[in-house]
Design a protein around this ligand. Structure first.
Ligand SMILES: [Cu+2]
Length: 85
């Protein structure tokens, strides 16, 4: 029952996002992408931008864990920006 409630809340959170954000959430808000981001940030040479990217990635990860897909996408976009993507 609890699992169902969590799943339902998740579906609602996804459903509230615009279609483009839903696609982004599916692509970015995954453990695989988080790992990819961590390794890419590790290769950055600009210390200030690296720190910025890291902090946005941490917030994106936290949002993902909280099933906050809108927040996850928002912070991921900011992390990408700091990385110059
Ligand atoms: Cu990313």
């Amino acid at each position: 029952m609890f699992r169902l409630t969590v799943l339902a809340a998740f579906m609602i959170a996804i459903g509230c996002l615009p279609a483009s954000a839903q696609d982004k959430a599916k692509e970015w808000c995954t453990n695989a992408h988080m790992q990819q981001m961590t390794s890419q940030i590790g290769k950055m040479t600009d210390a200030a931008k690296k720190k910025e990217a890291k902090s946005h990635l941490a917030m994106s990860k936290a949002a993902m864990k909280a099933k906050d897909m809108a927040g996850c996408v928002k912070h991921m976009e900011q992390a990408h920006q700091a990385m110059g993507l």
